[in-house]
Design a protein around this ligand. Structure first.
Ligand SMILES: [Zn+2]
Length: 331
């Protein structure tokens, strides 16, 4: 069992749920296993959510959250803004797996109503906790992940579908300061946790991929130092002093195609260890799904999140194309 004191509630052996502790001028409430609300007596005007372990084996974000909580509980990190920490799937963490029954990051925005697995029930509760938490005008949610595979862009964030709304320069700059210089634009509603917070709560919310999955204790935390420092700054500073927006800092990709597995006979036509954001030549065969063949259709088209082993009907591969930052509607 990984060392996660005070974070996992019942999974920790000592039930913290329903309890609260005071540290200086801050109240820390344990709403549920892995659901910890930090409430300063005189909060600033931001409500900030950090979630991790929507995928239970993505360890580095859990360690980042654990370390922030440890420092808050020790009085070493003074929180200025209301902050909610969500350790999304404790059972999967204990199990050492991505999930128990189903991929939790397909179960938000009501998709949890279509089943009754532990993940379905937990996703429903997480939505309730987010709703209970958000009060103020400015809402933020960073859903922290690590990827299964290497990536040509080590750190990247998914900018959920904006329904035509502009992209925020301040958020792009904040992410770049976290070391996240690559942005993937989602062009349709999804059932991810970050899109839920965007759509239901008008939050600035992102799925943030911080690097490659390693086992607990084997993460090189120096690789996450910039992100960790900026996360701490966000919750402990009234207003972060960010540099001016610089379009040269950002790589932006637009989702081109989502390739679903519809046939038992499905294969990807590249090696298992091909990195995310790898570019293939025009016409290159990417995937075979029963009778259908998928080839590269646009110059610069790259692959991301390949997984040939997904259940039938689920996404096995995304392709993306680079987009000039100048083409974005920015605010
Ligand atoms: Zn993940």
């Amino acid at each position: 069992m990984p060392d996660l004191p005070d974070v996992l509630g019942p999974y920790d052996g000592e039930t913290l749920v329903g309890k609260s502790v005071r540290v200086g001028a801050t109240q820390i409430e344990f709403w549920d296993a892995g659901v910890i609300a930090v409430e300063p007596d005189q909060p600033g005007d931001k409500d900030v959510i950090f979630s991790c372990a929507v995928h239970g084996d993505e360890t580095a974000p859990i360690e980042i959250v654990r370390d922030m909580l440890t420092d808050i509980l020790a009085g070493k990190l003074q929180v200025t803004h209301r902050t909610l920490f969500l350790i999304a799937n404790p059972a999967a963490i204990v199990n050492g797996t991505r999930f128990i029954d189903v991929n939790m990051n397909r179960l938000f925005s009501g998709a949890h109503k279509q089943g009754n697995t532990p993940e379905h029930r937990r996703a429903a509760k997480l939505e309730q906790y987010v709703t209970r938490f958000y009060q103020q005008q400015r809402r933020y949610h960073y859903d922290l992940h690590t990827a299964i595979r290497d990536s040509a862009h080590e750190k990247f964030a998914v900018y959920p579908f904006t329904h035509g709304g502009p992209y925020k320069m301040e958020q792009l700059t904040y992410l770049a300061e976290c070391g996240v210089d690559t942005i993937l634009l989602n062009q349709a509603p999804t059932t991810t946790f970050s899109y839920y917070s965007v759509r239901e709560h008008q939050a600035d919310a992102f799925t943030v991929e911080l690097g490659k999955v390693r086992p607990f204790g084997e993460n090189d935390m120096s690789r996450f130092a910039d992100a960790d420092a900026m996360f701490r700054k966000l919750i402990s500073t009234t207003e972060i002093d960010l540099p001016a927006f610089d379009s040269n800092r950002h790589h932006v990709y637009d989702v081109s195609r989502s390739i679903d597995r519809t046939a038992e006979d499905f294969r990807l036509n590249f090696a298992d260890d091909v990195a995310n954001f790898t570019e293939f030549e025009l016409g290159h065969l990417l995937a075979v799904d029963g009778e259908n063949e998928y080839t590269v259709e646009q110059p610069g088209e790259r692959i991301i999140f390949p997984n040939a082993k997904v259940a039938l009907g689920q996404r096995a591969l995304l392709t993306v194309v680079p987009m000039p930052v100048e083409n974005l509607k920015l605010v």
